[in-house]
Design a protein around this ligand. Sequence first.
Ligand code: ATP
Length: 337
Amino acid sequence: MSLLEIRDLRLVFDGFEGRAHVLDGIDLSVATGEAVGIVGETGCGKSVLARSLLRLNPSPPARVTGGAIRFDGADILGMDQAALRRMRGRDIGMVFQDPVTYLNPVFTIGQQMAEVLRAHEPGLSRRALRARSVALLESVRLAEAEALLSRYPHELSGGMRQRVLIAQALAGNPRLLIADEPTTALDVTIQRQVLALIADLVRRLGLTLMLISHDLGVIGAVCRRIVVMYSGAIVEDAPAEALFRAPQHPYTRGLLAAIPDLNRPEHMPTSIPGSIPDLRHPPSGCRFHPRCPLAMPVCAREKPPLIPADAAQHLVACHAVAQSMAPAEFGLSGTPA
Ligand SMILES: Nc1ncnc2c1ncn2[C@@H]1O[C@H](COP(=O)(O)OP(=O)(O)OP(=O)(O)O)[C@@H](O)[C@H]1O
């Protein structure tokens, strides 16, 4: 049974310069205990998707135009404000990219931990708040947690600040943790430590994780399953090992070809030709078709469905891949361009 079910989710932003079709029919199921990575180029809608799960996209300009999101059976899109407040942090916790933005410079770490804890459990005594804060800071491997309570954010390093935010996200004992580019603002060594911490928390607390990054290396370090997004749609969804070994979608292949390989110095990284589409005027059919080396006439006409590729858990949305698997079954009229 899935903890999270997203069905045909569609979301637009209405702006002065027109309507941006940002989520174009997202289908995603996440089972309890899974660690799923969402990867894709900047602007493909990863953060908007994550914020949709907590209904955090500002509305207006954001508007959900179709689909459903269910968390443990509850209809998130139909929740009233009181139900949303209960759900946020308690069912689904979220960690954002930039720890500086989300910690208030004028309050101590202790005051900010207490504020989050009080929101979840209003009746906690001062002593209980202190004990819970220390336990949470220790759970994210922060040394001298007791002393940290009286420090201000600027007295902490970037990695420590991100750990404090992870501790805050865990304060409501969420079942699903969403981490949106949690290490992008950190330098490489600290990045590795924070990723190791997230992987460890997932194991220790039995958390379900949705990790968002533009970096396949970051996702591959933590997640067993990888979902690739392109321009508001999922183009491939596969076990990490299968995705790295045998990527199916031409966009995923392009992403992998762009990564330098230290074991093969002769391999020259290549970039995907063209640029990401303008979401106010997205290409018809498959949004990747103008950049795709395998594009066929059908690709400009019909959006390809997400279907099993070489294994049941390996899904891909590509007419060319579908045709190469079973041409008669799919009956596509397209011929290679
Ligand atoms: N508040 C907003 N108002 C208008 N458009 C928005 C808003 N938030 C996001 N968008 C648009 O939605 C699209 C997807 O943005 P999103 O932040 O989800 O991308 P992303 O894949 O997470 O990329 P990045 O890694 O750069 O954050 C972008 O075109 C962005 O301009």
